[in-house]
Design a protein. Structure first.
Length: 131
């Protein structure tokens, strides 16, 4: 069982990267394009803190989906999620369950892991190393 799981670990890394990218890009699209529509994201100005967050999420999410420049993109998104947690969520309460910051924490540490582990075998980065 352990050998089978170990054989699939690199592929699981690629799936983690892909799903994380899809979840991150959704937030950026909601902030910048209003789709999917989220009431809290209505009227966000491009040149604001939330607008900058949307740009980072849109570009970073797209790069994660592709697995292109995975490590620097994931590092930047991880930092953005840490800033989001400490500026938006932490002032509301110490407890993430109460302050609504659980997703920001999960995204932060998933991206921090991707910034060290890379994009996995199913990524543009891996294909560029082969060539």
């Amino acid at each position: 069982m352990t050998e089978t799981m170990a054989a699939w670990a690199p592929r699981a890394l690629s799936v983690l990267r892909l799903i994380t990218g899809l979840m991150i890009i959704e937030h950026g699209m909601g902030k910048l394009f209003g789709w999917p529509p989220v009431a809290a994201y209505a009227g966000i100005k491009l040149f604001s803190l939330l607008g900058l967050a949307g740009i980072i999420e849109l570009v970073g999410g797209a790069l994660l989906i592709l697995g292109l420049f995975t490590q620097p993109a994931a590092f930047i998104v991880s930092g953005e999620m840490a800033v989001a947690y400490f500026t938006v969520h932490a002032p509301r309460s110490f407890f993430p369950l109460i302050n609504g910051g659980s997703l920001a924490i999960i995204y932060c540490f998933a991206c921090l892991y991707l910034s060290t582990a890379g994009g996995g075998p199913w990524s543009v980065d891996a294909n560029m190393k082969k060539a």
